[in-house]
Design a protein around this ligand. Structure first.
Ligand SMILES: Cc1cc2nc3c(=O)[nH]c(=O)nc-3n(C[C@H](O)[C@H](O)[C@H](O)COP(=O)(O)OP(=O)(O)OC[C@H]3O[C@@H](n4cnc5c(N)ncnc54)[C@H](O)[C@@H]3O)c2cc1C
Length: 445
């Protein structure tokens, strides 16, 4: 039975961020969709908008369309936790040199991101708060200690380890066995950030249209013909920036990208003092579990926002919120009576190699169709950067290859449309996380 007492009377099944920065249609939305453009971008999240900004600034006629309101996808619903690549290559075996090149680029992307919001005057509650990564068991702590070395060496992360005995300096909980702090890391209001990037895109002349769904792409003598719900558009180049919302837009990409839902909740206002007891340094927090929890204070410091996996195939923001509330209480038992004000979910995209990818998917069959996809749960900075890189690539403004353009995208075996395997993989990971945490707790008693 659903415990409705766990939800506030005015509980909203939508992102907390939308209270201050709801996604909307642009002013141009009611106008005529152009029949032709130089570049058509599908998807108006951070990736699509940053690609559009570079292109428009180079004098290229660029059109951005989104099937929903602008920014409807993950870019207005995420946790707003930003860093210079702490999660690059996590859970996958990368060749050491490849990992270093990617980390270096991820580190650069963070500098670029901070410069962008400062130069453009985007007021998105951005602060370099630092991040605490909690170790869910002693083995995970040791893995973090190894990772810290490369993060400091390559990504300039200003990271250091926190022993188990000092965990309480970082979090008002005994759930973790110490962890790692990354000073070069911060928090942002993702909705306000999206609105700021949208404003820049509009100011530089990108044409922005919400509520227009892209369909088939066909090569014709006059260019690429993109079918849309408001008629066809012909473009010289197309960028697919639809990430976890790609669906059946392109069968080729669909087989290579698994959408995974991430859920989040916001508590009712707890007050500044209570939140400071939970987050003594007001840092962003994530952990080392395969099915990680990520959580943070709201930008005004009065609520706790908590995220993680909840449901895989059948989505329901209320069931997901109640599930996450139980997880929240395992970390912070002192919040047993807390009510939730918001609960929502959004899709991230996972590629087979475990790292994102940009480039031309099928240059032989469909030249001119590019993509920027697959940052899993760490795309606020990285998808922005990869959109920017795709814009540079298409407009011929770069001679160097992004480290994320080299690997290509491999299809997942036995997967065509529905990620039927996610509940099985999720249950297995949950069991492994539980065993790591509980067996470790017993052995350290
Ligand atoms: C709940 C949650 C929490 C997260 N937390 C963090 C975090 O704390 N830190 C971090 O770095 N990352 C986080 N992420 C990941 C990050 O938000 C994403 O990687 C990033 O926003 C992806 O941006 P994007 O532009 O590639 O795609 P999106 O923002 O998802 O945009 C894709 C857009 O494509 C549109 N679209 C899809 N199909 C079509 C079509 N056929 N025609 C037209 N339009 C179409 C969609 O409507 C959507 O608006 C989180 C994600 C989620 C869901």
């Amino acid at each position: 039975m659903r415990d409705q007492n766990a939800l506030s009377v005015d509980f909203k099944p939508e992102p907390y961020w939308w209270d201050h920065a709801p996604p909307s249609l642009s002013n141009e939305a009611e106008g005529d969709l152009p029949e032709r453009c130089d570049v058509a971008v599908i998807g108006s999240g951070y990736a699509g908008l940053h690609a559009a900004i570079v292109l428009a600034r180079a004098g290229i006629d660029v059109l951005v369309i989104d099937a929903e309101v602008l920014g409807y996808g993950a870019s207005s619903r995420n946790g707003g936790m930003v860093s210079g690549g702490v999660n690059v290559g996590k859970h996958v075996d990368l060749d050491r040199d490849q990992e270093k090149t990617m980390l270096l680029e991820a580190s650069l992307s963070y500098t670029w991101f901070e410069d962008f919001i400062q130069t453009e005057g985007i007021d998105a509650d951005y602060r370099r708060t630092g991040r605490f990564v909690g170790a869910h068991c002693s083995d995970a702590w040791r893995m973090l200690a190894k990772r810290m070395v490369i993060l400091n060496e390559v990504a300039d992360s200003s990271a250091y380890m926190v022993p188990a005995t000092r965990t309480r300096e970082e979090i008002g909980s005994d759930y973790y066995k110490g962890g790692m702090v990354l000073e070069r890391s911060g928090g942002v209001h993702p909705g306000k950030l999206h609105q700021g990037v949208l404003r820049v895109a509009s100011n530089v002349g990108a044409k922005l249209f919400g509520n227009i769904r892209a369909g088939a792409i066909i090569r014709k003598a006059e260019g690429l013909r993109l079918e849309t719900s408001r008629g066809p558009v012909t473009a010289d180049k197309i960028i697919i920036a639809t990430n976890g919302y790609t669906g059946d837009l392109s069968k080729w990409h669909q087989r290579r990208l698994v959408p995974i839902a991430s859920y989040q909740v916001a508590t009712e206002e707890l007050g500044l003092d209570a939140v400071t007891q939970l987050f003594p340094k007001h840092r962003m927090i994530a952990d080392t579990k395969r099915l990680l929890y990520y959580f943070r204070p709201s930008p005004d410091g009065k609520r706790l926002l908590f995220g993680g996996r909840a449901r895989y195939l059948l989505h329901d923001p209320i069931a997901g919120a109640l599930h996450l509330r139980r997880k929240l209480i395992t970390v912070f038992p002192q919040l047993a009576g807390v009510k939730l004000s918001h609960g929502w979910w959004g899709n991230v995209a996972y590629l087979r190699g475990g790292v994102p990818n940009i480039g031309e998917g099928q240059p032989d069959i469909l030249p001119g169709v590019y993509h920027a996809l697959g940052c899993h749960g760490s795309g606020v900075v990285m998808m922005s950067w990869l959109g920017y890189q795709t814009g540079l690539l298409i407009s011929g403004q770069t001679n160097s290859h992004s480290a994320f353009s080299l690997g290509g995208m491999a299809p997942f075996p036995l997967y065509l449309k529905k990620p039927w395997f996610l509940p099985v993989v999720g249950a297995y990971y949950q069991l492994r996380d539980w065993a790591d945490h509980h067996l470790d707790k017993k052995s350290s008693r």
